[in-house]
Ligand binder design. Structure first.
Ligand code: ATP
Ligand code: MG
Length: 916
């Protein structure tokens, strides 16, 4: 039997087609940044985007799905970084092919289809395939004989090739609690010559025996339990199938090559690197690990940046930075000194761009970010590596073989050397790094710098009470099968019965004034925070009727605590709302219209940013509130005032054009194919809302569930209020529209009119007049300084009449009112010019506080006088201090009342010193 001759891209498509033909819906890969999941740094398996379905909080419009998911395994539970490049089968970034059943088919079909695809369609040798099934080493959970039996029934499957393994290999759990179940892995025996432990006499080749002869290809997970605690598993009413197969691995098998790096997906990257080094084949083979690491990292970084993860200092952005720097350092090992990684990234875009159009769309941002980061690293890498080498050298001579974590952190903080690189270099010399201490130092630093932790905890405790409420109401026929009808796009006021009231997480029948309550209605016009747009506020009330007094709840927030459940949160203002009461739910319309203006304006802003700054300026987050909007985007430097003016006037031109917004629901794939802008980290349903502006030529096309004005002219006016940096490579623009913009203009006008009226001129003349006034003022200041100086000189000259002679030495003490320190110094010089031998102490009052200068001529210094000591002695009774050189000292004091007395002490001081 021969293997089919297929390219990597064709193999991916063949997998998808196989399952499409079996009733599956194709679901595009979600972003590498998990949507709405704070617990996970990166999407690391196909199931991440389906998590809510397994938890029961989301219901998809399909029961069978197939996908090819972008995954990263460089952090947390799944971290394969250390294996990358050193083995043939693990990458940081890879694609996971999957087929899914949500409460539909189960083990029988999943196993039969996997077998059919691998052996019938792709002709893999049946005798070399093995299957593992679950057998609990603790004997608590049932052995998965069901799966084992299905394997044995497959035609041509060798029944001795079913093996049982324990929890670590064959039981999958999402978390400490929640959906879980046994899994069954398919391994391929690629031949004894591929064993990498042939030198180990103890080693016997086998599935899961730790050698590279048996290749894990595909993992079929059967989600059949819900884990409630460490010992309680409850069988799920709806069982699911979740499978994952690494694309690179199946491609290497089908293309008959020995390593993932030799497939047509990765080998062109190695070729590009070879072209850059100019190495001949032998040189390349000698350095195969750097080649592989660079190829792997180039692919990862290309996909990361396309998903908006630009290099930075924390969390995901740190990983992005680390990957580039690590690739750059491996580059230096094969003589690549200049930035080179963008060249490899271009090859990645060429190979993957058809299936992942985001790579082409973000090409400029990808290449630019990579090169900039490489350059930034190059500036310090040599110094950092040298410093590390020194430290390691010292370490090698000592008894400990572990580099302290603080030192590793210092290397990162000072030279930008990521822990992963420090670890690489240490390892090359047989040394280790105290990584826990590194993390503690990093954490201390993060806390000190005010940045948060990226890992949080997931709270699912509440799901139950609301899911329960939903089921009860559905059973009573009060709530539709897909839950609360959500329609924030139509009327802002509806009439509806109160289905339930919740207080302190318990259902209640009646609420009272002052109570904090949650209100459940069968339908709602209130928008629930999503896509940056804040939740609506408003009220739910029941007007007085037939002698009943009526009631009102002020609605302050909205949320979705469980699938199909939407909750209005608020405070009872008056009366006694009861379950079953007929009520009116009414969104604060004025506030909502402000929000809609801001939301549509963010789309216009997004468009203008790309027009003015370039296609790399992509949305990286936003806030749409009633009083302002905030828009974060990828751009490496500050937006210039000139660019800001262009952007602002562009948006206002779009507003004046008064385009009608077209809001259309369509399948996600169609929208993406048509080039709609989707957001990073956002999760989209199968059918999406698309917002288009511009007719006949649409200029803005975005996927968006938010609420919008009907024509751009409704926005009124758009004004940018601020531009700033949020993180490396990410800028933020804040702006106002509509009423807030009008208020801003009004305030500015008032301030300007006031200024004009104070200056007694017209508003247009204010700037010129202000400039003139400032020039006059600075001229006047200069004159005042000159006059002060003249005055002080006059005073000083007059005071020379009071020079006394102490032990034959001329001594002057004098107060020069209004002189500053500089003038006192000048006058001291003047004294010395007049008296080649003498002592002077000059004082003045500045803002009511005495300041003093003392001067002693050189000849008297030789006789033991010291100006610094003198001024210090004089200032002491004034409550001050001072000092200085032997010839010139300065002091300040607090108590102006004692100044005369203090100056009188000078003669005694001089006398006593000269006698001594
Ligand atoms: P392994 O034991 O080889 O690390 P795994 O048990 O971690 O695999 P799963 O979590 O079951 O793998 O993921 C499903 C499939 O994804 C694997 O069968 C394999 O084909 C592929 N896969 C897993 N990790 C990687 C990786 N780092 N690079 C490429 N493919 C991978
Ligand atoms: Mg693994």
């Amino acid at each position: 039997m021969t293997l089919p001759s297929l390219s990597g891209n064709e193999i991916r498509q063949a997998f998808i087609n196989f399952f499409l033909e079996r009733g599956h819906t194709f679901v595009p890969s979600s972003s590498l940044v998990p949507g709405g999941d704070q617990t996970l740094l990166f999407t690391n398996a196909g199931m991440v985007q389906f998590k809510d379905i397994f938890l029961g909080t989301d219901k998809p419009p399909y029961v069978r799905a197939t996908n090819s998911q972008k995954c990263m395994r460089v952090a947390g539970k799944h971290n394969d970084l250390e294996d990358v490049g050193r083995d043939d089968t693990h990458h940081t970034f890879f694609e996971m092919l999957g087929n899914w059943s949500f409460g539909d088919y189960y083990k029988k079909e999943a196993i039969a289809w996997a077998w059919e695809l691998l052996t019938d369609v792709w002709n893999l040798p049946k005798e070399n395939l093995w299957a593992t099934c679950f057998e609990d080493e603790r004997g608590e959970i049932e052995r998965d004989d069901e799966a084992a039996d299905y394997w044995r029934q497959q035609s041509g499957f060798d029944p001795t090739h079913v093996l049982f393994f324990g929890r670590k290999e064959n039981f999958w759990e999402m978390a400490e609690t929640g959906p879980c179940g046994p899994n069954s892995e398919i391994h391929l025996d690629i031949g004894p010559e591929h064993c990498n432990r042939q030198d180990d006499p103890e080693h016997i080749c086998g599935v899961n025996q730790g050698c590279s002869r048996y290749l894990e290809l595909w993992n079929l997970v059967f989600i059949q339990y819900n884990r409630q605690d460490a010992h309680t598993l409850v069988t799920l009413p709806a069982k699911h199938v979740d499978t994952g197969m690494g694309l690179d691995r199946i491609v290497s098998v089908l293309q008959g090559v020995d390593s993932n790096y030799m497939t047509d997906l990765l080998s062109p990257l190695l070729d590009t690197i070879q072209r850059l080094t100019g190495n001949i084949q032998e040189e390349k083979n000698l350095n195969i690990t750097p080649y592989r690491v660079i190829a792997d990292h180039a692919r990862a970084i290309t996909f990361l940046i396309a998903d908006g993860v630009v290099p930075g200092n924390t969390g995901r952005n740190y990983v992005s930075r680390m990957i580039i720097r690590r690739a750059a350092r491996f580059g230096t090992k094969i003589g690549l000194q200049e930035p080179f990684l963008a060249k490899v990234a271009e090859t990645v875009i060429r190979i993957y761009g058809d299936f992942y159009p985001e790579l082409r769309r973000n090409r400029a941002a990808i290449l630019e970010n990579i090169t900039r980061e490489e350059k930034r690293f190059q500036r310090t890498v040599e110094a950092g590596v040298n410093k590390l080498e020194d430290q390691l050298h010292q370490l090698a001579g000592s008894s400990t073989k572990i580099l302290p974590g603080e030192q590793a952190f210092d290397l990162y903080a000072t030279y930008g050397l990521p822990l992963e690189i420090t670890r690489d270099i240490a390892k090359e010399q047989g040394l280790g790094v105290d990584e826990d201490a590194f993390r503690r130092a990093l954490e201390r630093h993060r806390i000190a710098s005010g940045a948060g932790d990226v890992f949080g905890q997931m709270g699912d405790d509440e799901v139950d009470i609301y899911s329960q409420l939903r089921s009860e109401l559905q059973a009573q026929g009060k709530l539709a099968q897909d839950g609360v009808t959500y329609d924030p796009y139509g009327n802002l006021q509806i009439e509806s019965p109160v289905l339930s009231l919740v207080k302190d997480e318990r259902p209640i029948n009646e609420a009272h004034p002052g109570d904090q309550v949650e209100v459940l209605l069968p339908k709602t016009p209130f928008y629930v925070e999503a896509g940056g747009q804040v939740s609506d506020t408003g009220k739910i009330y029941s007007p007085p009727l037939d002698g009943e007094p009526g009631w009102e709840i002020r609605i302050e927030d909205m949320r979705k605590p469980a699938a199909g459940v939407i909750i209005h949160t608020g405070t009872v203002i008056s009366g006694h709302p009861r379950v079953g009461d007929q009520a009116i739910a009414c969104v604060d319309a004025q506030r909502r219209r402000d929000i809609m203006r801001n939301h549509t304006a963010t789309h216009l802003l997004h468009y203008q940013l790309r027009q003015v700054l370039g296609d790399h300026a992509l949305q990286a987050g936003s806030l749409v509130a009633p009083d302002r909007l905030r828009f974060d985007f990828t751009h490496s430097e500050a937006v210039t005032p000139d660019q800001l003016t262009h952007i602002e006037s562009g948006v206002n031109q779009n507003i004046l054009d008064n385009d009608r917004l077209q809001i259309v629901l369509k399948p996600l794939q169609q929208a993406i194919a048509e080039g709609a802008m989707a957001l990073f980290g956002e999760k989209y349903a199968e059918t999406v809302r698309t917002i288009t502006m511009g007719d006949p030529e649409p200029f803005s096309y975005e996927l968006c569930g938010g609420t919008h004005v009907s024509e751009t002219g409704d926005i009124g006016l758009f004004l940018i209020t601020n531009e700033s940096s949020v993180a490396a490579g990410i800028r933020r623009i804040e702006a106002v529209t509509g009423r807030a913009a009008y208020r801003l203009v009004q305030h500015r006008f008032q301030a300007l009119n006031q200024a004009a009226s104070i200056l007694d001129t017209s508003p247009e003349q204010v700037p010129d007049l202000m400039r003139d006034l400032l020039a006059e003022m600075s001229e006047a200041r200069k004159q005042i300084t000159a006059l002060r100086h003249d005055l002080a000189t006059l005073e000083f000259d007059r005071s020379l009449e009071q020079v006394k002679t102490v032990a034959g030495v001329p001594v002057l003490t004098s107060i020069l009112p209004g002189a500053d320190a500089e003038t006192l110094r000048q006058m001291s010089d003047r004294f010395r010019q007049r008296y080649p031998s003498g002592v002077a102490v000059l004082a003045s009052l500045l803002d009511g506080r005495p300041i003093l200068t003392a001067t002693v001529t050189e000849d008297l210094v030789e006789r033991g006088l010291h100006a610094g000591e003198l001024v210090k002695a004089v200032a002491r009774p004034l409550g001050g201090g001072g000092g200085g050189r032997p010839t010139l000292g300065q002091a300040g004091g607090k108590d102006a009342g004692k100044l005369n007395q203090a100056l009188a002490s000078v003669t005694d001081w001089v006398e006593s010193k000269l006698k001594a």
